[in-house]
Design a protein around this ligand. Sequence first.
Ligand SMILES: C[S@@+](CC[C@H](N)C(=O)[O-])C[C@H]1O[C@@H](n2cnc3c(N)ncnc32)[C@H](O)[C@@H]1O
Length: 394
Amino acid sequence: MTEAQKLSSHGPEYLASLLAEQGVLAEPWLRAAFARVRRHEFLPDRVWLDDDSAEGGYALLERSKNPDRWMQAAYEDEAVVTQLDDGGPERLDSYWATPTSSASMPSTVAQMLTDISLPAEPTARHCTKIMEIGAATGYNAALLAELVGPGNVTTIEIDPALASGARKALDAAGYEKVTVVTGDGERGRAAGAPYDRILSTASVVAIPYTWVEQATNGGLIVSPFETAFYNTGMVRLTVQDGTATGPFSRPLQFMRVRGQRTPAHFEALFTDEAWEARRTKPLDSDTSFLRDPAAEFAVGLMLPGVHHGQRGEGRWLSSDDSWAYVNDENVFEWGPRDLFDEATAAADKWHEHGRPDMSRYGLTVTPTGQLVWLNHADNIVGTLPTHNPGRPSA
Ligand SMILES: C[S@@+](CC[C@H](N)C(=O)[O-])C[C@H]1O[C@@H](n2cnc3c(N)ncnc32)[C@H](O)[C@@H]1O
């Protein structure tokens, strides 16, 4: 028997044991769901694996050429990339390709399924209505179908080709009753609302208020959450009377929802003319916050829309109209904002607050604003732009 044949029958049970050993499948019914859903049936024949040594940063893996490795990839605890660059022409040899869809890493999937706190009691679990954003392969929707019953699952995918692949895979695996919608998950699906759980598997920089409107009172919204400054995080919100509030939790990284992608403006704004017109001052403060995940998360919450990164020996920061470049001796700035000073002031605040990590911050989403808090919901330390894709902008 080949490796591929063995895994095609025992893969799900093998993966469930692997995850149970890692301690991410606390509930027996969660483990049972992983042991039942055949992940390989949701993967396309052509996939990519993260590989820094490969052109574009991803190595193509084709089932027809390497069936054993392909099948192994289905049952490892690794993300399997299923689309690059929104399905546009492959350009692996030109620059780093951008993964735009994947079957997420199974341990991450398990953690998120834990975060949605499904009832342990089967009858209660089987009347929990769930909306998932980002169907991708349909694998997570199949797990959800095992957990709450296929008729209770709606999954939305923005990419029509991926949505149709998810539909086919779910049908073939016997989950015909799962509702697959091609559309923008930021708008949710009013026709199926209200939902007891809203689970996004693509990250946001602002929670669409539509999700709050489409959740039940007492319902939960779980979503990867990032800022332009720091692309890692997760938020878990409880909805009550039109407001959703809750803490940030895990440092997980996801692909951004299409409508909230915010490219850094640094390269476009860092022109010869801008360099000529720069302001220069000696560096007289600490820059370690630019390399400290807890500080980066906090600064990101306080400076929405500001990116940062490395270029040569220095670090840059940019917004849509300004940049700063910092090396060991000097700070160079251009544009109306003093971005380095703003970021330093935000980092100073984080120090004053006792250098809290992500889990001490939280978010409250109301119809008129997104408030960032520290330790408890009354202690507001920042505001993020409101985001309501369901309504025409005023
Ligand atoms: C990391 S994948 C989701 C993983 C998936 N749930 C699984 O079973 O493994 C993220 C998906 O979100 C989709 N997506 C991005 N923006 C979206 C949006 N606004 N609405 C719905 N889907 C979106 C992407 O096309 C991609 O397929």
